[in-house]
Design a protein around this ligand. Sequence first.
Ligand SMILES: Cc1cc2nc3c(=O)[nH]c(=O)nc-3n(C[C@H](O)[C@H](O)[C@H](O)COP(=O)(O)OP(=O)(O)OC[C@H]3O[C@@H](n4cnc5c(N)ncnc54)[C@H](O)[C@@H]3O)c2cc1C
Length: 423
Amino acid sequence: MKNSPGGPVQAPARSADFDILVVGGGLIGSAAALGLSRQGWQVGLVEGLPRDALVADIQPATAVGDFEPRVSALSLASQQLLDQLGVWERVRGGRHCPYQNMTVWDGDGTGRIQFEAAELQAQSLGTIVENRVVVRALFQEILDSPVGLIDGVKVSGWWQDASLQGIRLDDGRSLAATLVIAADGANSRLRQWAGLPTREWDYDQQAIVCTVKTGQSHRSTAWQRFSRTGPLAFLPLLNEQGDSHFCSIVWSQDTVEARRLMALDDATFAAELERAIERELGTVEAVSARFAFPLRQRHAKDYVAEGLALVGDAAHSIHPLAGQGANLGYADVGVLLQELYRSRSAGLSPADAAMLARYQRRRKGENLAMMAAMEGFKQLFGRDELPVRWLRNTGLRWFDRLGPVKHRLAAQAMGMTRSVPSG
Ligand SMILES: Cc1cc2nc3c(=O)[nH]c(=O)nc-3n(C[C@H](O)[C@H](O)[C@H](O)COP(=O)(O)OP(=O)(O)OC[C@H]3O[C@@H](n4cnc5c(N)ncnc54)[C@H](O)[C@@H]3O)c2cc1C
């Protein structure tokens, strides 16, 4: 028997409570739990937050403070996965904003790229949704499903014994399963307890997020301006009345600059924001409370160990400049569902080592490629030398005219090049 530092001194001799236990009911873990339960596995889901908070009503939005500042730009592939789980209709029943255009430009030059859904024969490039809208929809389905939900309590330890993996909860209970899926976020305790090492890059940057109201409509466009100190994104939102003057902003800045911006009063911050986005949307009329997140790119060297699989931010957390974190997590879930469906059809254990290795192999490449691309972007726009700026701007203008290559990149970001698992 192996005990982690956070584990109990002795594991109780016992049988499994579940085939699969998912730890963490954020955007990713709750989707994994629901999908696996739909396949017929006996699934438990442990989430630190209480269910009442997760399914609480969301009040209509009339002011900036009514929106949740954390949003995701869900790709078409993520939407398809949520649709297969029977959740997308619920998400669409809440606040959401499909966007048809994306404009990306270099604040220190003249380069600009424009992406349009129409060019790709798509209805939208993606949909901006508040994270709580998606989590609420997932939990509403979970409460109507056979998933054993253990909420309002945290996992405080982990143990392994023969073919069982166990977790200890901070109320003293202990649960056992054949497979544990760690979906407990970027600082995953399970990943640490299992001794899975990570490769990490600290950007010495923070992302400031908040909601703003602008003088002009966002025109169903996601706006992103790059500058030497970091990218600024204005992501379009719609309230229940279809008012298109609200945006969620993600402003990644070097830590010192982020601290300065966080310390400003609302009016001065709004004025700086207006300048930084070059008044593309007119004046910034109102800003909500601001939150700052330290930015760290992190990648687990292995996504699996005996009886354990990492998904979502527990396996990889990525710079938010391309808004791909949740999308990569949903792609993990899609592949894991496909692999576990195959195991179930073949009568194999949900912890089958070959199946887990295939999951890791199929996901690592894409996640690493996306992380490398983000790193490249970050480096390219972080440089101030004249030749690099010239190349950057010429490259952006040239790229904008390269129809097929540009379309391929957009299709990849939308997840249109990835097949959505049907298992
Ligand atoms: C500023 C910013 C902007 C972003 N914008 C985008 C975007 O536009 N598009 C996009 O795709 N992604 C975006 N992301 C990334 C995205 O938010 C994450 O990739 C996504 O939320 C990860 O989901 P997750 O379920 O893996 O982890 P989390 O959302 O961190 O969920 C982990 C869950 O586990 C629970 N938990 C943790 N520990 C325990 C424990 N010990 N016991 C019980 N429960 C536990 C937590 O309560 C939580 O519910 C952004 C991220 C940041 C920081």
